[in-house]
Design a protein around this ligand. Structure first.
Ligand SMILES: [Fe+2]
Length: 365
């Protein structure tokens, strides 16, 4: 079917229209899930009739089914999303940090939506007024989704300890990295709560990985392409755990948009690929590392007690400067929250607060 409308021309396949017919025989009215088996529809399906009356598009198909669409809804479904919609890229000179108040986000849905919208836009948000107790961030996590438990537990300490099981626990600086690329799935959001940060140094560093990756695509397309193609492994081993996964440093979605970055120097193990591939990879990784560790892209901030950072672990690189504990203590607590529950909360709140109806009943795939 061919549609001419204000935003341009559109050709729609009969079978594509048929499998999403907005009627009770095709889609469950409560959940919107499909009732018919789309794979059973005839492959040579045609439209036998099409009529437009205002917003109502009435269609009849060669399998004998007839239905009507809202034209506006159909066009909305066909609209390709803008690249990086709802995101603002930033560099180290970001002047106004995304901020929110813990108590407000806990009590007020509009404040929670604002927090989640900023998190989506910038990839991080700084939260003030967090209760100064070991699991002080837990009540706000409960508002969004389950805490992701790992082999390190739920909310875990990030402080300097003897016999550290991870370099995070030492006083050395940490290069920009994403957390745990050896897990499957990789943790979506990092919640980092500061209980005490009295040491000298220990600033948090943040880099917008999507912004850096797009910069690399423009300035060094060969390096960019290489980092989307070569797939290193990542691994973490200790006495009780073996975690291994793999994935490119820059991962693209089906439209070629950056959808996830990885960088974990400590845990990356690239396979013994052919020499030419490895040489190309090492040069590309070096170019990317110089970008994400350079002043241009690096934002510095120091968390104060009672503050926390929520960071998108698919988009941001984070690190810290080295610190010295003479006369001070640095004690952070960290937990992970999944991406799907976080996105769900934001999308649902946006619908609810704009007065749009949502599906009340529980549904499952
Ligand atoms: Fe980390």
């Amino acid at each position: 079917m061919h549609l001419s409308h204000a935003e341009g021309d559109l050709t729609l396949e009969a079978l594509w229209l048929r499998e999403r017919n907005p009627d009770d025989a095709t889609l469950d009215p409560l959940t919107g899930q499909r009732l018919i088996e789309a794979a059973d529809l005839p492959l040579e399906l045609n439209l036998s009739e099409a009529q437009l009356d205002g917003d109502t598009l009435s269609l009849a198909f060669s399998d004998g089914h007839a239905t009507s669409f809202s034209l506006a809804s159909l066009l909305a479904e066909c609209r390709a999303p803008q690249a990086y919609e709802d995101m603002t890229f930033w560099k180290g000179d970001l002047s106004r940090l995304p901020e929110t108040d813990f108590g407000a986000a806990l009590e007020d849905d509009a404040a929670l939506l604002d927090m989640l919208t900023q998190l989506q836009r910038f990839g991080f948000v700084r939260v003030s007024g967090v209760p100064n107790t070991e699991d002080g961030m837990q009540s706000l996590i409960h508002r969004i989704g389950p805490l992701r438990r790992t082999n390190w537990g739920g909310i875990a300490d990030v402080k300097s300890v003897a016999n550290a099981y991870d370099l995070t626990m030492t006083q050395r600086g940490l290069e920009p990295h994403t957390d745990n690329p050896y897990r499957d799935p990789i943790p979506g959001y990092i919640w980092l709560h500061c209980l005490c940060n009295a040491g000298i140094g220990g600033d948090s560093t943040l880099v917008d990985g999507f912004s850096a990756a797009e910069h690399l695509r423009r300035e060094d397309p060969e390096a960019f392409a290489c980092l989307t193609e070569v797939t290193p492994g990542f691994r973490y081993h200790d006495a009780t755990t073996r975690l291994e996964s793999e994935g490119p440093l820059i991962e693209l979605d089906s439209r070629g948009q950056v959808v996830r970055v990885r960088f974990s120097n400590r845990t990356e193990r690239v396979p013994a690929l052919p020499s030419a591939t490895l040489r190309r990879y090492y040069a590309a990784r070096q170019a990317f590392y110089r970008l994400i560790s350079g002043d241009d892209f690096t934002l510095h901030l120091k968390l104060a007690p009672g503050q926390m950072l929520i960071m998108d672990n698919y988009r941001l690189f984070h690190g810290r400067s080295a610190f010295q504990l003479e006369g001070g203590v640095r004690h952070m607590r960290q937990g992970y929250v999944d991406r799907d529950s976080t996105a769900s909360r934001r999308l649902l709140l946006a619908d609810q607060l704009s007065g749009q109806p949502d599906i009340k009943e529980e549904a499952s795939a």
